[in-house]
Design a protein around this ligand. Structure first.
Ligand code: FAD
Length: 490
């Protein structure tokens, strides 16, 4: 079959990484075509919080990220990322972005936890790991009124792509990479989505920017032992980039690394909901009725690692699902699931949770023992757990080391429970890439003509610092485009 179109650089996936790659390649002078499998771009990026990590101290940040990656991500990859992050605000400003709170360029050396955008939550998710203070706060773009951070970022990136008239083929899923058999070079893709498969040639390179595998159940079972719910748009990031890269001999990395937070899944909605309790009057129990974590102190991206722990005797995933238990005071104090972002962000959670109780999402019972029967955990154990929790709040000595300041009573009937899952923000695994965003084969050699960017084959390992994926998507998108542009082609 002969190609029906030719680009210099073909970008697969129209999220943050694909947009950054396409904009950079276009501005270098390349003829770019963007392929997007869904009817609209945005992917996980639009559903995200849109927070971009700031760097205060370059050397410290490099050390911190290398430590978090267990030294498993080569230092030059981390160096390229950190340098890219320091230049990112300026790049965005040059493209016409406005940051939330201020338009000022972001200098290095901001006080820890601050960002030029005025959003001052958090530094590294691991403040106790050395050099964490080298990371600054998180930067967000300003968008239309009431837009979430992810929506604002996406509105901006899409507008920049549109202004450049970069062709975007919506509803065009890349299926297979085309390879020149003599040189081994990747020279295009086969696309599905229309009435018949289509071939598109890429003179300089193909950039895979088609996200992770939040919606690939068979990969979840293989890697995690169960299918994980996801907070992202259903069925978009289904591991296509992994399969395409594998077919041409790519090495995979970070496949078991995920960022997942505590959340809910309900039959009427394919995507999951974040758990956002309104007060500190709640605790989590596993299927045996036992608490297992400091619920208010745990790093929220780490829910996957904590909840995928198996019972050592039965081998069962007894924390999947777990249950969030709370009382009438907490129920009346506010909604337990408003969604600031995520695919279900337009769902209007009732202010006292009564709609979600009526829907059967939240179980109600007049006693703890009755609640235990509803959710299928042993009643004596759940009663013991509830009394220990309430006693620990008063004594200040909690088995799970939760601070007494962050424990409010769970003692006023009726009592409530909602199943709790580790819900995927994103996966990190995929084809391994080097500092030039070239995809590497199983021997560590670049596969000519093939690049990757963003969540697909992310540099992050088991410990995710938070606000790391969007910055990585934007930086690696730019790097991949530059590398492809500088390559010789066929
Ligand atoms: C609720 C939530 C909050 C988050 N908050 C943050 C945050 O604040 N900061 C942060 O750094 N990270 C955050 N993340 C993670 C972050 O959003 C993602 O990791 C990041 O946006 C990924 O960008 P990407 O461009 O690699 O992929 P995506 O934005 O997912 O784009 C990939 C695109 O590729 C398309 N695609 C898939 N397969 C194909 C194919 N075969 N052919 C063509 N197109 C294809 C998809 O439809 C999609 O549009 C959050 C995630 C969630 C869910």
């Amino acid at each position: 079959m002969t190609a029906e179109e030719t680009a210099d650089i073909l970008v697969i996936g129209f999220g943050a990484a694909g947009a950054a790659a396409a904009i950079t390649a276009h501005d270098l002078g390349a003829k770019v075509i963007l392929l997007e499998k869904a009817v609209a771009g945005g992917g996980s990026t639009e559903a995200s919080g849109g927070n971009i990590r700031q760097i205060r101290d370059v050397e410290g940040a490099i050390r911190h990220f290398c430590t978090l990656a267990d030294q498993g991500t080569p230092e030059d990859v981390v160096v390229a990322q950190v340098h890219g992050l320091t230049l990112l605000p300026e790049w965005l400003l040059e493209l016409g972005a406005h940051f939330r709170g201020t338009d000022a360029p972001v200098p290095l050396g901001l006080p820890s936890g601050e960002s030029a955008g005025g959003s001052t939550f958090g530094q590294s998710a691991f403040p106790d790991v050395e050099d964490s203070e080298a990371l600054g706060g998180r930067l967000q773009l300003a968008g239309t009124p009431n837009s979430s951070g992810g929506e604002a970022l996406w509105q901006f990136l899409e507008s920049v792509v549109k202004a450049r008239k970069i062709p975007v083929r919506h509803g065009a899923g890349a299926k297979r990479l085309l390879r020149d058999h003599q040189s081994g070079r990747i020279v295009g893709v086969e696309v599905s989505g229309g009435s018949r498969p289509q071939m598109i040639d890429a003179r300089l390179g193909v950039i895979l920017a088609c996200g992770g595998f939040n919606w690939a159940p068979e990969m979840h079972v293989d890697l995690f032992g169960t299918v994980l719910p996801a907070l992202t748009p259903p069925h978009r990031n289904s591991g296509d980039g992994i399969r395409m890269a594998q077919e041409v001999g790519a090495q995979l990395w970070h496949m078991s690394a995920i960022a997942a937070r505590f959340g809910y899944q309900f039959p009427e909605y394919e995507a999951a909901f974040k758990s956002t309790p309104p007060s500190n009057g709640f605790f989590y129990v596993d299927q045996l009725g036992r608490r297992f974590v400091d619920e208010t102190g745990v790093i929220f991206h780490a829910a996957g690692r904590i909840m995928l722990e198996r019972d050592p005797y039965t081998g069962k995933l007894v924390r999947c699902p777990s249950f969030m238990v709370f009382d009438e005071t907490t129920r009346l104090s506010g909604p337990i699931g408003p969604q600031p972002n995520g695919h279900n962000r337009t769902y209007d959670w009732s202010s006292d949770n009564h709609v979600e109780i009526d829907r059967g999402w939240i179980h109600r019972a007049s006693t703890i023992a009755e609640l235990a029967a509803w959710i299928g955990v042993p009643a004596p154990e759940l009663e013991r757990t509830a009394s220990r929790y309430n006693a620990a709040r008063l004594s200040g000595s909690d088995d799970c080391r939760r601070s007494p300041q962050k424990m409010e009573p769970v003692e006023k009937p009726p009592f409530y429970a909602v199943p709790l899952w580790p819900c995927l923000l994103n996966t990190q695994g995929g084809p391994r890439r080097n500092a030039r965003a070239e995809v590497l084969d199983v021997h560590g050699e670049p596969i000519p003509g093939l690049y990757s960017a963003g969540e697909l084959g992310s540099m992050w390992g088991q410990l995710y610092p938070g606000a790391g994926n969007i910055g990585e998507a934007l930086v690696t998108g730019q790097i991949a485009a530059r590398s492809a542009w500088e390559s010789d082609g066929l």
